[in-house]
Design a protein around this ligand. Structure first.
Ligand code: PLP
Ligand code: COI
Length: 354
């Protein structure tokens, strides 16, 4: 088990105005860091004042994109205490990401200890206002100081945190999503199923084009046929068609979202029929045209549950659910945030007290 040395800042920052948080713009007073070296393993676990990294100009991450990350939140509950939502799932996914990029794994209990010790130090930064939370960003990068392309011998694992409000400016109002038919995000056998920086780099151009058209994010199609729906930029996607909830199956190019998994478990517990399968963009288009698409939403840690009010595909706009939040989307939002903020009982055992 790692031993974590804590050095507190001597000049804590003023806490931000919670009505102006936005997403990921403000950072807390400290950060967690530990290093890995082959033959030595992970070492020097510490929580220190928030500061810049100093890395060699040939560091692997700068040239070959050896970087993975996670995203989870700490929530303030009514009695003033703080809790996490399914952190073990983030730890396991991070190790799966590490495995794909040949980065070193971290023992599950060490990673959990790092997250909880860090959040404990930063607990005053967990916002008190409705809908706000402390977004926690664990990340790891390869840090060898030479240019050969090899399995890394040195790596850094760090955790930073940002008090955050809503991910989208729209809040819980429906977002507009553009179905991307040019660029692709990932292919099977690639890195689509992990959370690595490169996936987001590859997504930037389409996201930029979507924003220019007034759309929040893109909906990706599969990388081979550009036919099957995969996921949205920072969310998995779900559709309610004729009363049944359908979500793309995890075929290897889609991120196995923790919110996706949680939505499926909540829906099944409430008696909904949920199907994970391939769904083509033509099937979606038909369902939008004949009115059988009742609701569509995205789900992710940052975005929570976000109703989709409009799709655009090949320059044609398709409004969804009268551009309002549908009842199933609202139920999922209320149930997940209810559990996360401790307002309703957690029958699944998902929350972890700090
Ligand atoms: N898909 C992508 C590409 C994401 O970036 C995210 C956000 O983490 C998700 C899906 C949702 O995953 P999770 O619910 O684990 O946050
Ligand atoms: C998250 O929901 O944690 C994400 O990673 C989204 C993000 C890329 C901003």
């Amino acid at each position: 088990m790692i031993d974590i040395k804590i050095t507190k800042t001597t000049c804590p920052k003023a806490k931000p105005d919670e009505s102006e948080l936005g997403f990921g713009k403000i950072f807390t007073d400290h950060m967690f860091i530990m290093e890995y070296d082959a033959g030595k393993g992970w070492h020097d676990a510490r929580i220190v004042p928030f500061a810049n990294f100093s890395i060699h100009p040939s560091s692997t991450v700068l040239h070959y994109g050896e970087e993975i990350f996670e995203g989870l939140k700490a929530y303030r509950i009514a009695d003033g205490s703080v809790q996490l939502f399914r952190p073990i799932e983030n730890v396991r996914r991070m190790n799966s990401s590490a495995d794909r990029l040949c980065l070193p794994a971290i023992e599950e209990e060490d990673a959990l200890k790092a997250i909880t010790a860090f959040v404990k130090v930063e607990q005053d930064w967990v916002p008190h206002s409705e809908g706000a939370s402390l977004y926690i960003r664990p990340f790891m990068f390869g840090n060898d100081p030479h240019l050969g392309v090899h399995t890394v011998q040195s790596a850094v694992f760090s955790i930073i945190a940002s008090p955050s409000g809503s991910y989208y400016e729209e809040g819980l109002n429906p977002v507009k999503i553009l179905i991307e038919d040019q660029d692709v995000r990932a292919v099977r056998g690639g890195t689509g199923y992990i959370k690595c920086g490169g996936n987001y780099a590859a997504s930037t151009r389409a996201g930029h084009r979507a924003e220019q058209k007034g759309y929040s994010q893109v909906l990706w199609l599969d990388g081979v046929e550009r036919k099957y729906i995969e996921e949205v930029g920072a969310m998995n996607v779900m559709f309610k068609i004729n009363g049944e909830v359908i979500t793309p199956a995890l075929t290897g190019s889609i991120l196995p979202g923790i919110t996706r998994k949680s939505c499926i478990e909540v829906l099944k517990s409430k008696g909904y029929k949920v199907t994970e399968r391939l769904i083509s963009v033509d099937e979606l288009k038909d369902a939008m045209a004949n009115g059988s698409l009742e609701e569509a939403w995205g789900c992710g840690t940052a975005a929570v549950v976000s109703p989709i009010g409009m799709f655009m595909y090949k320059d044609v706009e398709y409004p969804v659910c009268g551009q309002r939040i549908g009842e199933t989307t609202q139920m999922l939002y209320d149930t997940l945030t209810g559990i996360q903020y401790g307002k309703i009982k957690d029958p699944f055992g998902w929350t972890v007290k700090i």
